[in-house]
Design a protein around this ligand. Structure first.
Ligand SMILES: Cc1cc2nc3c(=O)[nH]c(=O)nc-3n(C[C@H](O)[C@H](O)[C@H](O)COP(=O)(O)O)c2cc1C
Length: 202
C-alpha cells in the first residue's frame, strides 16, 4: 500500500512496487536504540546487491547512538546535518573499493555498484519500519582519517538510520522540507535508441 502521506505528493505514471515510492528521506527521528538484528538486516540487504564481476566493493562502517564511536561519526557532519541527526539510531559511512580485489585493476563501476547496495539498504529499511537519509554533507577527509579508511577505498556517503519522529521536532525551515518530494517525468530521463529521443509511449 502506498503510504497516505506519500500519496499526497508522489504520483506515478506506471505501476511499481510500493516499497520503492514509500522510501523517502525524513529528518525527524525519535531517539531509539536499534538492536543489532535490525541493523544487520539492513547490511544483509545491501550485501545482495549486484556488482561488476560480483566484486562487492561496498563496505559499511557504523556507529550506533550512545556507542563509544558515535561522537566521532557525528562530528564529521556539517552543521546543517548535525541539527537533525542527533536522534538518529545509527550513522553509517559507506566506502567503496576502487580496484578489483582479484587483479587490482581499476573498477569503472565501483561507485555504481556501491550505490546499488545503499539503495537496497534504504528499501529494506522501509520494510522494517525504519527511515534512512543519505548525506554528502560531512568532512570526507576527516572521515577517512578518523575511521582509518585505507587509500584504496573511496569514501562515498554517510547514512542516518532511525525511526521517524514528528515534524514538530524540527526547525520551521526543516519542517517545511519534511515531505516526500517529487521526481522528473519519465519523458525527461528515458530515451529510445539515442540520447534525446522521446519514447512513443511517454
Ligand atoms: C549521496 C546523497 C547525498 C545527500 N546529502 C544530503 C545532505 O548532506 N543533507 C541532507 O539533508 N540531505 C541529503 N541528501 C538527501 C537528498 O536531498 C534526497 O535523497 C533527495 O532530495 C531525494 O529525496 P528522497 O530521498 O526523500 O526521495 C543526500 C542524498 C544522497 C543520495
Amino acid at each position: 500500500m502506498i503510504d497516505p502521506e506519500v500519496q499526497k505528493t508522489r504520483n506515478m505514471t506506471f505501476e511499481i512496487n510500493h516499497v520503492i515510492v514509500n522510501r523517502w528521506s525524513p529528518r525527524s527521528f525519535v531517539p531509539y536504540d536499534i538492536d543489532d538484528a535490525d541493523l544487520f538486516s539492513l547490511f544483509e540487504s545491501a550485501r545482495w546487491a549486484p556488482s561488476s564481476s560480483n566484486s562487492q566493493p561496498w563496505r559499511f562502517i557504523y556507529a550506533k547512538r550512545n556507542s563509544e564511536n558515535w561522537n566521532d561519526f557525528f562530528n564529521l557532519l556539517i552543521d546543517f546535518n548535525k541539527q537533525w541527526c542527533a536522534d538518529a539510531a545509527a550513522l553509517v559511512v559507506v566506502v567503496s573499493r576502487k580496484n578489483f580485489e582479484n587483479n587490482e585493476k581499476p573498477s569503472i563501476t565501483h561507485q555504481f555498484d556501491t550505490g546499488a547496495a545503499w539503495e537496497n539498504l534504504a528499501i529494506q529499511a522501509v520494510s522494517q519500519g525504519l527511515a534512512t537519509h543519505a548525506m554528502a554533507g560531512f568532512d570526507y577527509d576527516k572521515a577517512r582519517k578518523t575511521l582509518q579508511v585505507p587509500d584504496n577505498y573511496e569514501v562515498m556517503a554517510m547514512v542516518a538510520i532511525g525511526k521517524r519522529g514528528s515534524k514538530e521536532k524540527l526547525s520551521p525551515e526543516l519542517q517545511a522540507r519534511e515531505i516526500p518530494n517529487t521526481r522528473k517525468p519519465l519523458s525527461e530521463i528515458v530515451m529510445d535508441g539515442k540520447f534525446g529521443n522521446r519514447p512513443k509511449s511517454l
